[in-house]
Structure formats: structure tokens, C-alpha cells
Write a protein that binds this ligand. Structure first.
Ligand SMILES: Nc1ncnc2c1ncn2[C@@H]1O[C@H](COP(=O)(O)OP(=O)(O)O)[C@@H](O)[C@H]1O
Ligand SMILES: [Mg+2]
Length: 358
């Protein structure tokens, strides 16, 4: 089990810089998830750790040693890809033991380790099958097993569940969480799916356009996003980000006008620069009948999900407001409704997107 560090790591492909100075320290045994929209540089960062891409500048250490120019095979990392790339003509056992065979390990040791890992992954009964005789989830487990037998100090996963259907994704997610607990391994895991990040990570690294926007525990990012990007990316449904103008500020309180919601005014228990254009952030779950601030909203659609319901309303600037609607029969599609939220839980962001923190 190793920790790793990135120090001002950059990556350019030709003239195009895609990673802009990434700084990060991952502790031994930590489960860290890189999350961000497609193309933000998650795979590139992971591939630089694995040694599959050259680092343009900056320093990578694994287990305290500088790894920039070390062979991928000698970094003590094991990578699980989105495509399993199993050898179709080899059995599960042979696929899993392949790297040990290449490394010249004796047969008895190979078999013992494969059996051990198969036990962990519940693949014991499938060792003699070939990949074509396995389900998608079983193949993904073999791909993980193939890396486990090598006992790497750091596990790297690049969107390992993206090829699975929704139900299987959920059960594999739980298996991976269980595996992490069981092995105590250091894991760096890439996904574009914020739910996957929230459920698996000790810490989440949010990336946007090659830059680390924020690093923190899942609930830390949920409660204290540093900017509108993280606020909108973490949490489902998304946080409402409503354009507002500060029309008054005194004694640690501010009064905001919401032009896209009929000019409604709401008071927040935090100061803000008077006259400033800001963004008001309200999570759908922070709307409730007991809220002390509010506005009138034209309700378009109610979505009943079973345990939860959400109402979707429209702003005059074309934006949407989403609010928790469980148990509210006053919300009727096609009609205006009084919506209330808890102003103490609302967040304020400056015009450049950065959080206004008091
Ligand atoms: N081999 C490459 N050559 C040129 N550009 C690349 C290469 N690999 C990735 N990129 C670019 O780097 C950026 C980040 O890509 P990637 O790390 O794959 O994003 P993600 O995994 O977050 O979807 C993208 O703009 C992508 O087009
Ligand atoms: Mg990728």
C-alpha cells in the first residue's frame, strides 16, 4: 500500500496543454475519485500516474519515490480499464495469472494467488471458463482480479463500470467499496458520474478543463462547494443557481432581488457587497414549507421517483428551478406556487463563480 503525490504536474499534447499544474497528495489506503465532465483530463492524469503517458513537467512520487521516468511495470501500480481486454482464448484462471506467468513466477505460487483472489471476488466457481462464457459483471471482476493478483501498491481504475447496465453498475460499485474496505488498498478511481464519486470516495477531486477545482470529502464538497462549478456538479438533482442582485446589506444580512423570478426579494443571514451581481445557490432538498424565504414559481412538471418527488418550475430567463416536492399537494403543473426555502442553507457566489464566504 503506497501513497502518491503530484507536484505541479502538467501535460501537453503537441502545443495543447490539457493538464495545468495539478497538486495533490494521496495517503496510503485512501480511496480518491477524480470526477469531472468528459474531456476534463481525468484519464490523462491517471495515465500519467500509471506511466502510460509522459509527464510534461512537474513531479510524480509513488511510495515516496520520484516516478516520472520509471517504467510502468516498475511503479507498483495496477490499472483496471473501462474495456476489460481479457484474453478470449485463456480461461479465467489463466487470465488472472497471466502477469505472474510473464514475470516468471512458479506455477504453485501463481495458482495459490489466483485462488486467493478468486475467493475475494467470488470467482472461484468460474476459474475454468473463458471470457465469452461470462456476464459483463463477471468479466469486470476478472479484470479487477487480474490486477489484484499482482498486489500493486496503488490501484488505478478508469471508468471501470461505464460498460455495465445501470443495475450492475450499482452492485459493482458496492463490491468495489467492499473490496477497498477489505484490502485497505490505495485506490485512484476515475468517473464522470458524481453519484459514483459520492458513494465510493474518501476524497473527491473535481476537475474542470485540466484544472483541479476542489478536493474534499464527499459531504464537504456538497456542503461547502468552492464555486458554482463544484456546486452544480456535486449533488443530484443539481443545486439551483439563480441570478440575483444585492439590493441591501447590513448587520451581517443581505437582501437579494431575483429578476428571473418576478423580482422577488429574499433575505439571507450573510453579508454581500451591495449592488453586486451574484448567484444564489439553493439545493432542491432545502426547499420546504417551513422555509422563511421564498418566491412564486410557475410549476411545469412533477417527477415522482417513489421515495422522493421533485417539482420543476421555470424562470423568466429560461432557467429551471428544481425543488423537493414530497408530500406537497399545493404544487400543480401549469400553476404558480409559493415556494419556500431555508435561507441559512443557501449559498452565495460572486459574479466570477467563486463562493462568497463570510
Ligand atoms: N493522445 C492525445 N493526443 C491529443 N490530445 C489528447 C490525447 N489524449 C487526450 N487528449 C485531450 O486531452 C483532454 C483530456 O482528455 P482525457 O484525459 O481523455 O479526458 P477525460 O478522461 O476526462 O474524459 C481532451 O481535450 C482530449 O482531447
Ligand atoms: Mg477518460
Amino acid at each position: 500500500m503506497s501513497g502518491l503525490t503530484l507536484d505541479k504536474v502538467t501535460k501537453s499534447f503537441g502545443g495543447a496543454q490539457v493538464i495545468h499544474g495539478a497538486d495533490l497528495a494521496i495517503q496510503p489506503g485512501e480511496f480518491v475519485v477524480f470526477v469531472g465532465p468528459s474531456g476534463c483530463g481525468k484519464s490523462t492524469l491517471l495515465r500519467m500516474i500509471a506511466g502510460l503517458e509522459q509527464i510534461s513537467s512537474g513531479t510524480l512520487t509513488i511510495g515516496g519515490k520520484v516516478m516520472n521516468d520509471v517504467n510502468p511495470a516498475e511503479r507498483g501500480v495496477g490499472m483496471v480499464f473501462q474495456s476489460y481486454a481479457l484474453y478470449p482464448h485463456l480461461t479465467v484462471a489463466e487470465n488472472m495469472g497471466f502477469s505472474l506467468r510473464v514475470a516468471g513466477r512458479p506455477l504453485a505460487e501463481r495458482m495459490a494467488r489466483v485462488r486467493d483472489v478468486a475467493e475475494t471476488l467470488q470467482l472461484g466457481a468460474l476459474l475454468d471458463r473463458r471470457p465469452a462464457q461470462l456476464s459483463g459483471g463477471q468479466r469486470q471482476r476478472v479484470a479487477i482480479g487480474r490486477v489484484l493478483v499482482r498486489q500493486p501498491g496503488v490501484f488505478l481504475f478508469d471508468e471501470p463500470l461505464s460498460n455495465l447496465d445501470a443495475e450492475l453498475r450499482v452492485s459493482m460499485r458496492i463490491e468495489i467499496a467492499r473490496l477497498h474496505r477489505q484490502l485497505g488498498a490505495t485506490i485512484v478511481y476515475v468517473t464522470h458520474d458524481q453519484t459514483e464519486a459520492m458513494t465510493l470516495a474518501d476524497r473527491i477531486v473535481v476537475l474542470r478543463a485540466g484544472r483541479i477545482e476542489q478536493v474534499g470529502a464527499p459531504l464537504e464538497l456538497y456542503r461547502n462547494p468552492a464555486n458554482t462549478f463544484v456546486a452544480g456538479f456535486i449533488g443530484s438533482p443539481k443545486m439551483n443557481l439563480i441570478p440575483a442582485e444585492v439590493v441591501g446589506s447590513a448587520a451581517g444580512r443581505s437582501l437579494l432581488a431575483l429578476p428571473s423570478l418576478g423580482g422577488a426579494q429574499v433575505e439571507l443571514p450573510q453579508p454581500a457587497p451591495e449592488g453586486a451581481k451574484v448567484t444564489l445557490g439553493i439545493r432542491p432538498e432545502h426547499f420546504s414549507a417551513t422555509g422563511t424565504a421564498g418566491f412564486t414559481l410557475n410549476i411545469d412538471v412533477i417527477e415522482h421517483l417513489g421515495a422522493e418527488s421533485f417539482a420543476y418550475g421555470s424562470r423568466s430567463d429560461g432557467g429551471t428551478v428544481i425543488l423537493a416536492a414530497k408530500g406537497r399537494d399545493d404544487l400543480i403543473p401549469g400553476q404558480p406556487a409559493e415556494t419556500r426555502f431555508d435561507p441559512a442553507q443557501a449559498l452565495l457566489f460572486a459574479e466570477d463563480g467563486r463562493r462568497l464566504v463570510v
